[in-house]
Write a protein that binds this ligand. Structure first.
Ligand code: SF4
Length: 352
């Protein structure tokens, strides 16, 4: 049954699949400690659902097994945009796509074993997917806190199908970063405070997506051109780079719905109203940041780009009724001005 389930999952398009006992995740203590340190920032839902996250049986009574799957989301090429978006958000929202596949898998299992109950969990269901993925042999923890598969890298969505069925289980994944610390050195906001520890409050992904409030000023310039999410700690990781003897490592996603959507230019985002935002990002993970969050981020990117042509667009928000947009616009204008002055100085020096 275990092998049949894994073969079925691969036939559904999952790149990685493994099985693990539906036990309390081995790193549950570390997760609770991480929460206690306040590293989750404003993601209070993590605190609220912590008891469920560390006990899969609360999600599915009598859960015995977890079928853990990974779906590659990396596109063959990045879209031509004047800002950056994390790869996982370039295509359609993954939640529905993975849930559909897991429910198809559950239906197939129940067709041969009608008494089996199951529950598909994708991100929103509070399971520590990464811990179960490690237990199921899909990958090991990198110092950037991502789950890394030695042969395939880390650009994967994870999903879990909890089952009341006993299965044969895979061995936990082996591997590690060795002496590498590229991600720690590359993170522009210092969010990786030490190997394997992410302070989400400093992470560009958290700041641009999860934080509803104003983005602290000290992180705005380091955000650079990241409009939604950030991939820096994965981009620098050697396990995401192609290697001649490991062709799978650079293989792009085969899921058509993860192909990059057509994206508006920064100009279009800064002139977009809420209705256009809703229409434009329907079915996209980008809608999570909501209109105000995206405009806030776009103002910071505009300030960081230092392009004087963006000044009139930023100025439109200087009198906006929303205090967060108003304050961010003033910051962006000041940054544009400062950069223009710097460039003027440099030009002056060069001329001299
Ligand atoms: Fe590990 Fe280096 Fe990858 Fe960071 S960049 S996760 S240290 S291998």
């Amino acid at each position: 049954m275990s092998e049949w389930i894994k073969a079925y999952a691969r036939a559904l398009g999952f790149d990685l699949v493994g099985t693990a006992p539906a036990q309390s995740p081995p790193h549950a203590e570390s997760f609770l400690h991480w929460l206690a340190q306040g590293y989750a920032g404003a993601m209070e839902y993590l605190q609220r659902t912590a008891h469920l996250r560390v006990n899969p049986a609360e999600l599915l009574p009598d859960a015995r097994s977890a079928v853990v799957v990974g779906l590659n989301y990396a596109p063959a090429e990045l879209p031509d945009t004047d800002y950056r978006i994390a790869r996982y958000a370039l295509g359609d929202d993954y939640h529905q796509i993975i849930r559909e596949k897991l429910e198809t898998l559950l239906g197939a299992i129940q067709a041969v074993a009608p008494d089996v109950r199951g529950r598909a969990c994708v991100d929103s269901a509070p399971v520590l997917e990464r811990d179960l993925a490690w237990l199921a042999g899909l990958g090991w923890y990198g110092k950037n806190t991502c789950l890394i598969n030695t042969h395939r890298g880390s650009y994967f969505f994870l999903g879990v199908l909890l089952l009341t069925l006993e299965l044969e289980y895979d061995a936990p994944a082996e591997g590690g970063c060795g002496t590498c610390r590229l991600c720690l050195d590359a993170c522009p906001t210092g969010a990786l405070t030490e190997p394997y520890v992410l302070d989400a409050r400093k992470c560009i992904s958290y700041l641009t997506i999860e934080l509803r409030d104003t983005i602290p000023e000290r992180y705005r310039a380091p955000m650079g051109e990241w409009l939604f999410g950030c991939d820096i700690c994965q981009e620098v990781c050697p396990f995401n780079r192609p290697r001649a003897h490991q062709p799978l490592r650079a293989r792009p996603t085969h899921e058509p719905r993860f192909q990059p959507r057509a994206l508006p230019r920064l100009y279009d985002i800064l002139t977009m109203d809420e209705a256009e935002f809703t229409e434009r990002f329907r079915g996209s993970a980008i809608k999570r940041t909501k209109w105000r969050g995206l405009i806030r981020n776009a103002l910071i990117v505009a300030g960081n780009k230092g392009d004087p042509a963006l000044r009139p667009l930023i100025e439109r928000y200087c009198q906006h009724e929303d205090p967060i947009l108003r304050e961010t616009a003033h910051w962006a204008l000041a940054r544009l001005t400062a950069q223009a002055e710097d460039n003027g100085c440099l030009t002056g020096n060069n001329d001299a």
